[in-house]
Design a protein around this ligand. Sequence first.
Ligand code: GUN
Length: 283
Amino acid sequence: MILDGKAVSEKRLELLKEKIDESGLYPRLATIIVGEDPGSKLYVRMKHRACERVGIGSVGIELPEDASTERVLEAVARLNNDPDIDGILVQLPLPSGVDTTRIIDAVAPGKDVDGFHPYNLGRLLAGNPIFAPCTPQGIMTILDEYRIPTEGQRAVVIGRSIDVGRPMAVLLLNADATVTICHSKTKNLEDEMRGADILISAVGKAKFVRPNMVKEGATIIDVGINYDEQGKLCGDVDFEGVRERAGAITPVPGGVGPMTIATLMENTFRAARLRSCCNDTAR
Ligand code: GUN
């Protein structure tokens, strides 16, 4: 079975548009991008386009490559204090001259639609999230939409980043999976992978996951965005080989990527609802 993230995201965006229309709210997302990285600029443009589609207002702030940490902090502070802004997204990675941790820590937790602030990561760890990071939350939505059970399943997450690996492991744990996190120092990685009923790869290496590394019938989720020797977009998984053994698998493109954006839209609507009815208690 191919897990069609594109189709799931389309369905979720349609549903979200209806919910936003019914709510009478006009949520607003602000993005901050620092520098000229073409990939980051493309992602941010896609996020603004998705906003337009579902009825979310968006503003984009562009800062130069050589912007200081202080300058980015100022932009964040202005958006934190702007009552018309519900969600703030600082596109990562930031240039090496900017202190990413200070920037993430500066975003008001109630506007942190990326879910990267320690307050939101802490709530996730406590099993009581408000905003979970968009990529892993989007993966949970795919599993849910395709009725793939997590309870009691062995889930193996490869990668321990704060935007994917760690929150992914916690979301799966909160959904009653038995979770292993693997990373560059893991011993016998292939043995761990072969034990997985659900394998999530966030490694960033083209065709890293080969058919002999997956259990027959496993669910394979590919978070990778890489380019092969021919310059063609591909994931972490050797898709053509692995699909023969897998029970279910996400393609690249058209798998996890579209779900990240759909989840960002859902988080932004959530931020707007919380701010409108709860007087910013999540802040
Ligand atoms: N860069 C790559 N993925 C993401 C994401 O989900 N959020 C942000 N802010 N930056 C990213």
